[in-house]
Design a protein around this ligand. Structure first.
Ligand code: FES
Length: 158
């Protein structure tokens, strides 16, 4: 009797194309439902609605979410991620070529941020044990040497 309830290969194939509920997406991606709603509110992902007004997601959403999470781990701002994903067809999974292109672009950003953070760390080394927090002398307070552009004379905050 139970074997009659087993889906046939054709039924299984059709179900594999069914859109996913928000709970299924959450379970498969490991991302909380609240985060999925947040991503949707920011335009990073999109859903359709079922007859009962429930969210439904194309299966390509899972690769799209993988791209979002990896980019977030690299510190790519959500706005930049959204812009990048806008270039992809709606509801389609990012292809291998899409991911290669996006990850190459984000690597350059990551290099730039590493360079900035390394410089900040080195400057912080000079501050440790100093404590002056001087607008004139401390490179962390005056990173672009703003005082130099304001000409001679007294300045606030020194
Ligand atoms: S606190 Fe003195 S140089 Fe930064």
């Amino acid at each position: 009797m139970a074997s009659n309830l087993k889906p046939t290969p054709v039924e299984r194939k059709l179900r594999a194309r069914d859109p996913l509920t928000v709970g299924e997406v959450s379970a498969r991606s490991g991302i909380a439902v609240s985060a999925l709603h947040f991503y949707e509110s920011k335009g990073l992902i999109a859903s359709t609605r079922s007859a009962g007004n429930q969210r439904r997601y194309a299966r390509g959403i899972l690769r799209r979410l993988a791209v979002i999470r990896v980019a977030q781990r690299m510190g790519v701002p959500l706005g930049v991620i959204a812009q990048a994903l806008e270039q992809l067809p709606k509801g389609k999974a990012p292809t291998v070529a899409d991911w290669r292109r996006l990850s190459a672009a984000w690597r350059d950003d990551l290099d730039a941020r590493i360079q900035t953070l390394t410089m900040l760390r080195d400057q912080l080394d000079g501050c440790i044990g100093c404590g002056c927090l001087s607008l004139r002398a401390c490179p962390l307070r005056n990173p672009q040497d703003i005082m130099a552009t304001q000409g001679p004379g007294a300045h606030v905050g020194g």
